[in-house]
Design a binder for this molecule. Structure first.
Ligand SMILES: CC(C)(COP(=O)(O)OP(=O)(O)OC[C@H]1O[C@@H](n2cnc3c(N)ncnc32)[C@H](O)[C@@H]1OP(=O)(O)O)[C@@H](O)C(=O)NCCC(=O)NCCS
Length: 181
């Protein structure tokens, strides 16, 4: 999954992670601490071609700090904050309930239906509950989410974020459930 995630580092990874080598260690440790039971992996002939992570809680601040030390050493948390602060400016709080924290298809497999398959699986797994996610406002994946019943419920923009990424900010997308939270 780490290989898939960093095969072609994304705009935000490049902009806000102190180094990509450290980001790989950081991510592996953060997932290990959070527990990988909530991940769904798409495989083709034994090769991981994508994955999703749907969680109610994601990575806590404490786990993030610990993972940052594994990623970049003792000063890791500080380095992450020093480089990543514009990302925090466009962070949008998500409603209670399940959240789609990650959805990734291997770059060589994008546009071949892997993402759709994983997203359908996640939607089935929440069993009629409201599902939320946030993403960069210019992410083409928004169309994929809209096709599956998500609508934009909020947006946060900031010039510092835009300067680093070219995107105005991030959007909150919600797929309303059949059941009250
Ligand atoms: C988003 C993503 C998981 C979709 O997986 P996929 O296997 O390419 O998706 P599918 O083939 O099932 O569906 C195609 C849809 O994916 C989206 N998509 C395609 N290429 C994409 C790309 N390079 N980046 C982001 N989204 C892309 C589009 O919405 C596309 O639908 P459209 O042609 O109507 O616009 C995949 O493109 C990816 O890993 N992107 C980078 C990581 C990312 O942005 N994840 C979402 C974070 S919230």
């Amino acid at each position: 999954m780490v290989e898939v995630m960093f095969a072609e580092p994304g705009v935000e990874q490049l902009a806000f992670m102190p180094t990509i080598a450290g980001a790989r260690r950081f991510t592996r440790e953060a997932w290990r601490l959070a527990g990988i039971e909530e991940f769904t992996v798409a495989e083709d002939g034994g090769e991981v071609v994508g994955f999703s992570w749907c969680s109610e809680r994601g990575v806590s601040l404490r786990e993030g700090a610990r993972a940052a030390r594994v990623g970049w050493g003792l000063a890791g948390p500080l380095r992450l904050v020093a480089r990543g602060w514009p990302r925090q400016l466009v962070e949008i709080p998500m409603p209670a309930g399940p959240k789609l924290v990650e959805l990734q298809a291997a770059p060589s497999r994008r546009g071949t239906g892997v993402g759709t398959l994983l997203l359908r699986r996640v939607i089935d797994s929440v069993d009629g509950r409201t599902l939320s996610l946030t993403t960069r406002s210019d992410n083409p994946a928004r169309r994929l989410y809209e096709r599956h019943g998500f609508t934009v419920q909020g947006e946060k923009t900031h010039r510092a974020f835009q300067r680093r990424t070219g995107a105005a900010g991030r959007v909150l997308m919600v797929r309303p459930g059949r059941k009250p939270e």
